[in-house]
Design a protein around this ligand. Structure first.
Ligand code: HEM
Length: 127
């Protein structure tokens, strides 16, 4: 097996510094959407980024990613009471996928993230 084949998607995307750059751009995009900006009015988004990076590390199989994290409980708790609608969620997902395209993230990694977006939607969107 070559070194390339053994790298996780997290490492192939460029690891923590690359993920940080993507998340910086992603939040710029989110805060630029009139439909979404209100959710973050009283939130310091710089404090959210490390949490999101940790979730992405789990999703992309980064080294040292927590294996015992209960994403369902964590994300449900983090978004309880925010009232995120399906439309808000779709728009946020679009901003994320546009950001991944801007960074030329490889297709297989985009597919992993798209799949995760489908999986976690019920934990984020208000019932
Ligand atoms: C892809 C789906 C999403 C994931 C993986 C995600 C992940 C997270 C994480 C990890 C946190 C931090 C929790 C903590 O403090 O430990 C968080 C907080 C937050 N998220 Fe999300 N999120 C998603 C979608 C959304 C959407 C669609 C919105 C609204 C449009 C949203 C709004 C917020 C807000 C406002 C907070 C801060 C809550 C607070 O501190 O009171 N999230 N999210």
């Amino acid at each position: 097996m070559t070194e390339t084949q053994s790298l996780s998607q997290w490492e192939r995307v460029g690891g923590a510094p690359a993920v940080k750059a993507v998340l910086d751009r992603f939040y710029e995009g989110v805060l630029g959407e009139p439909q979404l900006v209100g959710f973050f009015e009283n939130v310091e988004v710089d404090n959210l980024k490390p949490h999101l990076a940790e979730v992405l590390k789990v999703v992309l199989g980064g080294p040292g990613a927590p294996t015992d994290i209960d994403l369902a409980a964590y994300l449900t708790g983090a978004h309880a009471g925010l009232g995120v609608s399906e439309s808000d969620y779709m728009l946020t997902g679009k901003v994320l996928l546009d950001t991944l395209a801007e960074f030329d993230v490889p297709d297989d990694i985009v597919e992993t993230i798209s799949g995760a977006l489908v999986t976690v939607q019920p934990f984020v969107v208000a019932a």
